[in-house]
Design a binder for this molecule. Structure first.
Ligand SMILES: NC(=O)c1ccc[n+]([C@@H]2O[C@H](COP(=O)([O-])OP(=O)(O)OC[C@H]3O[C@@H](n4cnc5c(N)ncnc54)[C@H](OP(=O)(O)O)[C@@H]3O)[C@@H](O)[C@H]2O)c1
Length: 264
């Protein structure tokens, strides 16, 4: 790899983890191409990056809906035209959804699946050819500790994250000959707009447990650190590891407990 600053492509950078991660990468001197639908928020991020103390990386803001493969492809092409290469993809854009699997609006479930699954696949399929061209790269998938969890009333969200975590495991081996590494980040609850914007039925979160919340800057620093390492899976906190282990050991117990808390 040359001495030129590394180039990072981040989906869902108009708020929360994507926004904070883009800022952290730029602070560390890397160029960031950021995408989302809310261009006003991306422009605000651009202003914040430009105001960072020198030296900092450059930023390119691009409107793209991750559900649209052509839009994601066009955004990746523009990023490469501007910065000459693509070293790191952070497949972060995602939405939450809660409610009965059967009675939830199909429109909500479709938005969830197309954003959290199709969006990640479109981003990877657009980024990998560019990484291959320059001899390697790193794909970071923002998944969740609820991937593979028995999660009544959050079943579709949980399954959407299980899908991308499963993809990460197999893709890592597929892309090994291309020197492209895949890291799956299993995140716990983080202080962002995510929970307020969650799709779904009102009332289902009413009895939800109060889980410890991570500051978004802590997550951003962890994502940047992960981009410098070659770890397969990253789980940030002991609490989150306990949740993952607990679910692996006694999935029905965790599921039954969740059922009591979420049932209205
Ligand atoms: N916060 C948590 O507790 C938590 C825990 C575990 C995992 N995660 C995961 O972390 C990721 C980021 O979430 P966050 O907490 O930072 O939430 P957030 O603040 O709501 O950010 C979500 C980002 O995704 C973008 N997005 C949503 N739909 C999109 C679409 N169709 N096309 C393009 N961009 C889209 C949003 O931008 P626009 O609306 O402007 O398009 C926004 O920038 C998600 O994958 C989420 O599942 C979050």
């Amino acid at each position: 790899m040359s001495d030129a600053p590394r180039v990072v492509f981040i989906t869902g950078a108009s708020s929360g983890i994507g926004y904070a991660t883009a800022l952290e990468f730029a602070r560390q001197g890397m160029h960031v191409a950021v995408t989302a639908r809310r261009m006003d928020r991306l422009k605000e991020l651009e202003g914040v990056v430009h105001a960072l103390p020198q030296p900092h990386g450059d930023i390119l803001t691009l409107a793209a809906d991750v559900r649209d493969a052509e839009a994601v492809q066009a955004a990746v092409s523009l990023a490469v035209t501007r910065f000459g290469r693509l070293d790191v993809l952070v497949a972060n854009a995602g939405v939450g959804q809660r409610g009965s699997m059967v009675d939830s609006d199909w429109e909500h479930l479709e938005t969830l699946l197309r954003t959290n699954i199709d969006g990640v696949l479109h981003s990877i399929r657009a980024a990998v050819p560019e990484m291959r061209r320059t001899g390697g790269g790193h794909i970071i998938i923002i998944s969740s500790i609820v991937a593979n969890m028995t999660a009544p009333y959050a079943a579709s969200y949980s399954a959407s994250k299980a899908f991308v975590s499963s993809i990460a495991r197999s893709l890592r081996l597929e892309l090994e000959p291309d020197n492209i590494h895949v890291t799956d980040i299993l995140l716990g609850r983080t202080a962002t707009e995510f929970n307020q914007k969650r799709l779904g039925q009102v009332g289902y979160a009413a009895k939800a447990p109060r889980l410890p919340v991570m500051p978004v800057d802590q997550v951003a620093r962890a994502v940047v650190k992960a981009s410098r390492q070659r770890r397969k899976t990253v789980t940030l906190r002991l609490f989150d590891r306990l949740v993952v282990w607990g679910n692996a050991l006694v999935p029905q117990l965790i599921g039954r407990r969740a059922l009591k808390q979420y049932k209205t």
